[in-house]
Write a protein that binds this ligand. Structure first.
Ligand SMILES: C[S@@+](CC[C@H](N)C(=O)[O-])C[C@H]1O[C@@H](n2cnc3c(N)ncnc32)[C@H](O)[C@@H]1O
Length: 392
């Protein structure tokens, strides 16, 4: 399906697409903004002279890891004991390309996501995902099209909403001990499709207590094509055994806090993949060795974009970027408006479409783009069939 609009005025979403296409297919040299001229870039965007920036992934996906090293401090190491690591390749390696390539229906994933994000049920989602993590979750589900998504930590249902819109036919098992959302979020978004099973409130069962083996043998789930989305603020490493035992291998961790950071004691317990991989100890080694791939999703824009924000101080709990971040533990952002005028155009159009101030001056705009916690996707190694058969 080709999306055409009758009005002569180009809608903002299409302008974003045009800017994206210009970025990918245009020619000539890069006109980069230095960090010092970000504000100028924000107020006076010029048409990009360039399409292919140095880090463009569209020409040769295999060159990603080399390209990513050009001008960004955070370069992932393929070994534990570092603040930023990556293992192997998965779709996240190539995320910029995935987001901007046009599909059969003449749109791209970024475009589809923005439409969904604009209509999100809770515009603030105080205790849940905002734009960086919503994009990561949406893209993962859209790319993998899992037969089942296990969502551990539902709160107001915002993440359920993104999963459902990325995969209309997928079964979702939505788990939360609470019947009602926390953080003053009034209502839980309930999936109207009938394809989400709610294990919430009185029906709550923890990940550990669900009989995955029975569900597998009744063909209610196919573990190989099941994705687990962990957003329950519990110790991540210890949430993995029930998944392994069920043969589930695809995992997204939302609260992948860095060392010493976290909203809860469990978050700070050293058990997130990011915290584990900063060390070299038996726990980290076990997790590393049992992963086929591990990748942190990059934020959409760099922390320097919040240079004008009212919020300049790092929160002790983490969870937010600030302009002064060194970024040695952060993947290169998907867009670089700080140095590339084409990306600046995309960013401005995107922010305006979502009615967010691109300068991120007010608290709410800041919270949208700077809320980022190293959300990651990993794939566990397949369990030996003889062992798995004994368990399931
Ligand atoms: C950060 S909120 C989830 C936000 C939601 N995923 C979103 O992005 O909109 C964390 C949720 O985890 C829930 N939770 C706590 N213990 C849990 C458990 N054992 N299993 C599943 N969810 C749990 C809490 O009740 C809370 O609603």
């Amino acid at each position: 399906m080709i999306v055409t609009r009758k009005t002569k005025k180009i809608p903002r979403t299409q302008k974003i697409i045009l800017a994206l296409l210009f970025l990918v297919f245009g020619a000539a040299t890069i006109k980069a903004f230095g960090s010092a001229s970000i504000l100028e870039g924000l107020s006076n965007v010029q048409q990009p002279e360039s399409a292919a920036r140095k880090t463009d992934h569209s020409q040769n996906p295999k060159s990603d890891s080399t390209a990513i090293q050009v001008d960004w401090v955070g370069v992932p190491k393929e070994a534990i004991g570092h603040p930023l690591v990556a293992k192997g390749d998965n779709f996240v390696t190539n995320i910029r390309n995935i987001l901007i390539v046009k599909e059969k229906d003449d749109r791209n994933v970024f475009f589809k996501f923005l439409e969904v994000y604009k209509n999100r049920p809770d515009k603030v989602n105080m205790c849940g995902i905002r734009i960086n993590h919503a994009l990561a979750l949406f893209t993962t589900v859209y790319e993998l099209q899992p037969t089942t998504v296990i969502e551990s930590g539902v709160n107001a249902g915002q993440s359920t909403y993104f999963i459902r819109h990325a995969a209309p036919n997928t079964k979702i098992i939505a788990i939360d001990p609470l019947e009602k959302p926390i953080c003053g979020q009034e209502k839980r978004w309930m999936d109207p499709s009938g394809k989400t099973e709610y294990l919430t409130g009185g029906k709550f069962k923890d990940l550990y207590d669900i009989d995955w083996a029975a569900m597998t043998s009744k063909k209610e789930i196919d573990p190989e094509t099941t994705l687990a989305f962990l957003d329950d603020h519990l110790q991540v490493l210890t949430r993995i055994p029930p998944l392994i035992k069920a043969g589930i291998r695809h995992v997204i961790v939302e609260d992948n806090y860095s060392r010493g950071r976290g909203a809860t004691r469990s978050d700070k317990a050293g058990m997130t993949p990011k915290q584990l991989f900063f060390s070299d100890d038996p726990n980290s080694r076990w997790l590393w060795q049992n992963m086929v791939s591990y990748r942190e999703f990059p934020p959409i824009v760099p922390s320097i974009m919040s240079v004008e924000s009212v919020t300049q101080k790092k929160k002790p709990a983490g969870g937010f970027m600030v302009a002064s971040d060194l970024n040695d533990d952060t993947m290169e952002p998907i867009l670089r408006p700080d140095k590339d005028s084409g990306d600046m155009v995309i960013y401005r159009e995107m922010a305006e479409f979502l009615e967010i101030d691109p300068r991120l001056r007010d608290k709410e705009s800041y919270m949208q783009f700077m809320n980022y916690n190293f959300i990651c996707y990993f794939e566990l190694v397949p369990m030996a069939p003889a062992i798995l058969n004994r368990w399931t």
